[in-house]
Design a protein around this ligand. Structure first.
Ligand code: NAP
Length: 646
């Protein structure tokens, strides 16, 4: 049997010289996997050229330059023969062979339990198996009078729209902004880019061979999501500049009565059978209350509400905060300002990543688009080393003798390596080094990517790192912990978001008049991060305790959640039920497991303040689960977990 899908590769028509040049940009282990698919010859798996254990940031399997050259030479023969042949591939490798290939590829055991998840993530057969399969043909009658409200058109809202569109279920997406993209629409600050590798930070069913950088900038990401919304027909179903003010569950008809408000302030009421909240966790800017704030005479704005009318050229600027947003914007802003003061309450740990600002070569783009299966295995290579393998270094070892600075031996190794990385950049700047090396364990807060631009900016003569919080603001500047005022023209708050107020400020009222915000208080919990008892047919994406702080990409998590939600809707539509409500005991058991799991993680470390925790220091936003577990739990909805209403 010949494979027809060839993992959606474009035909190869280029000459040998072109191909040879493109191969210079190849990830060699990835190329080896493609060669196996193209030739069907498995002898490479027995050869002496073998990738070593995959590590984050390396895509060459730590192979020697000679070995890389040898594989390129062989690959040129394979690709030219494929080009000159009939364009057909041998039968796809068996599942056993794929497993051998996986293990060879990443130089370590890929446990059997991971194989189905990774196969699905790679989508080798181009079948998009995460899409909903209808089990009953006659469900169409119910589909026609079932209408879903999706709140938000960011990454997860667009994804939900795509799946509902494919399933033929009516839906409306409401979006408070004037365009799609969510976080990639709102964050326009200089230097805004993703910090998860892009060939993996994209929908599994919609790969993109044309990312211009390995970590694309905001515009390109926004364009990608808009392209997806357009391609899959979601765009026409989005009501822009419309906010959900409130939603109330109506027992009499099993519907949500939703109050919507447009940009003119006009309110209308609509009914929906189900709501999917895709509002994200990081979009309500948080500006700390600092004494004297109202006195400042110059422009003040938040990183996620960048004021492009303010020209920073030649200005004296204060940036408050040193989280992910600040780490990206400070190096860019410093190129314009005459003097920049960065107020750091606590420093961040960073992954060294030389590719962080690098462009993707034309050769690499060509390989991704033209070499069968190359892009699929490349996705695997980006996913795997940043997957569950990191989890052990985040779990507290109660016997570990240095609990203040690290949580276990692996975590300590990371601390030493990351500290050395900073030291290597700051030779001769002992003062600065003392300020920028965190005292808390690595992974305690959101890890950041760095290519050296952060510290290179801080050592500039016209940049000052103020090693304290911003204590006070005056008419003319900002005062730090040393009591000294830094006179500035502009203040930028890179101080994060209200992360603990999920679905805020919407008023959601469920069964028995229960208010969602009151139910949650400051410790929101949801079964699988998705459903909440007494709020029937309400589903959260990126809900409580679903942020990924150890592995994967939030797109992976959203694809898991959307599949679960679609399976729930399928179940409702294929049955005579109109509503599903998570059983309290199921929810509570999940919450208890969650609390137990959190207590063992670095995120709960007493020396760490972060947006993962609530004001009482309890972790609320982040997921402690292995990706493979969460993937398994969300593959299908078990209706035994729900109370069903006729
Ligand atoms: P954040 O991580 O919550 O950082 C806020 C910063 O403000 C922290 O450094 C905090 O200090 C500081 N801060 C708060 N009040 C302060 C005060 N009075 N004086 C001095 N500093 C103060 O917010 P963010 O940087 O906007 O990032 C939020 C999340 O968004 C990230 O963790 C990430 O998940 C996401 N994000 C992703 C990307 C990306 O993918 N590229 C980019 C940006 C953001 P403490 O640390 O001491 O609290």
């Amino acid at each position: 049997m010949k494979s027809q899908t060839q993992a959606a590769a474009l035909p190869i028509t280029e000459d040998d010289g072109f191909i040879a040049e493109a191969l210079e940009s190849a990830s060699i282990p990835t190329l080896m996997m493609a060669m196996l698919h193209i030739t069907g010859d498995l002898s490479l798996l027995e050869g002496t050229i073998r990738p070593q254990k995959a590590v984050m940031g390396d895509t060459q399997g730590l192979l020697t330059l000679e070995d890389q050259a040898e594989i390129r030479r062989q690959a040129l023969d394979v690709l030219t023969a494929y080009r000159d042949g009939d364009g057909q591939l041998p039968a796809p490798p068996s599942r056993e062979t794929i497993l051998r290939m996986m293990r060879f590829f990443v130089g370590e055991d890929v446990p059997d339990t991971y194989v189905p998840m990774m196969l699905e993530e790679m989508d080798l057969d181009n079948e998009d198996s995460r899409a909903t399969a209808w089990k009953k043909k006659d469900s169409s009658t119910r589909k026609s009078d079932f209408h879903v409200l999706v709140i938000g058109s960011g990454m997860s809202g667009v994804l939900t729209g795509i799946r509902l569109e494919q399933a033929g279920i009516d839906y409306t997406v409401v979006e408070k902004n004037s365009g799609i993209g969510g976080t990639w629409f709102e964050n326009t600050y200089p230097g805004a880019r993703v910090d998860i590798p892009n060939h993996f930070y994209c929908y599994s069913f919609e790969p993109n061979s044309n990312w211009s950088e390995f970590f694309a900038r905001r515009d390109e990401l926004r364009d990608y999501f808009e392209h997806c919304a357009q391609k899959y027909g979601v765009l026409d179903n989005i009501c822009f500049e419309t906010e959900v003010v409130s939603a109330r569950w109506e027992e009499s008809n099993s519907q949500w009565s939703v109050q919507l408000r447009d940009s003119q302030g006009l309110e209308i009421n609509k009914k929906f059978n189900a709501i999917v909240s895709a509002v994200g966790q990081l979009n309500r800017p948080k500006i700390p209350s600092i004494e004297g704030m109202e006195l400042f005479q110059g422009p003040v704005f938040h990183s996620a509400r960048w004021d492009h009318d303010v020209d920073l050229n030649g200005k004296r600027v204060a940036v408050i905060g040193t989280g992910a947003s600040a780490l990206q914007l400070v190096p860019e802003v410093a190129k314009q300002t005459s003097q920049l003061h960065v107020f750091q309450r606590s420093p961040a740990w960073m992954f060294p990543n030389p590719n962080y600002h690098a462009e993707v070569s034309e050769g690499k783009k060509w390989l991704l688009a033209h070499v069968p299966y190359y892009s699929r295995w490349y996705r695997f290579l980006l996913f795997w080393p940043g997957s569950d393998g990191l989890m052990p270094s985040l779990i507290v070892d109660p016997e570990w003798p240095h609990p203040d600075r690290s949580v276990n031996a692996l975590n300590e190794e990371t601390r030493i390596a990351f500290t050395e990385y900073m030291e290597s950049q700051l030779a001769g700047s002992t003062d600065l080094l003392e300020k920028v090396v965190p005292q808390y364990p690595p992974f305690g807060k959101r890890m950041l990517q760095d290519n050296g631009s952060w510290l290179a900016t801080l050592v500039r003569e016209d940049v000052e790192l103020v090693d304290s919080e911003a204590r006070k603001i005056t008419a003319t500047g900002v005062i730090g912990g040393d009591g000294r005022e830094r006179e500035v023209d502009v203040i930028v708050f890179a101080t994060g978001f209200h992360t603990n107020k999920f679905l805020w400020p919407m008023e959601i009222t469920g069964r028995q008049n229960k208010n969602l915000a009151e139910t949650w208080g400051d410790e929101p919990r949801a079964y699988l991060g998705i459903t909440v008892p007494d709020f029937p047919n309400l589903f959260c994406l990126y809900g409580p305790a679903t942020n990924l702080a150890h592995a994967g990409s939030i797109i992976f998590n959203s694809e898991c959640q959307v599949r679960y939600i679609m399976d729930s809707l399928r179940g409702l539509l294929e049955s005579d039920y109109s509503a599903m409500d998570c059983r309290q005991e199921v929810h509570d058991q999940f919450a208890e497991n969650l609390n137990e799991a959190f207590a063992r993680t670095v995120w709960a470390h007493p020396g760490v303040e972060s947006w993962y925790k609530n004001s009482r220091g309890r972790v609320t936003t982040t997921s402690p689960w292995l990706l493979v577990d969460y993937w398994n739990w969300t593959r299908a909805c078990d209706f035994a977990d729900y109370t069903l209403t006729d």
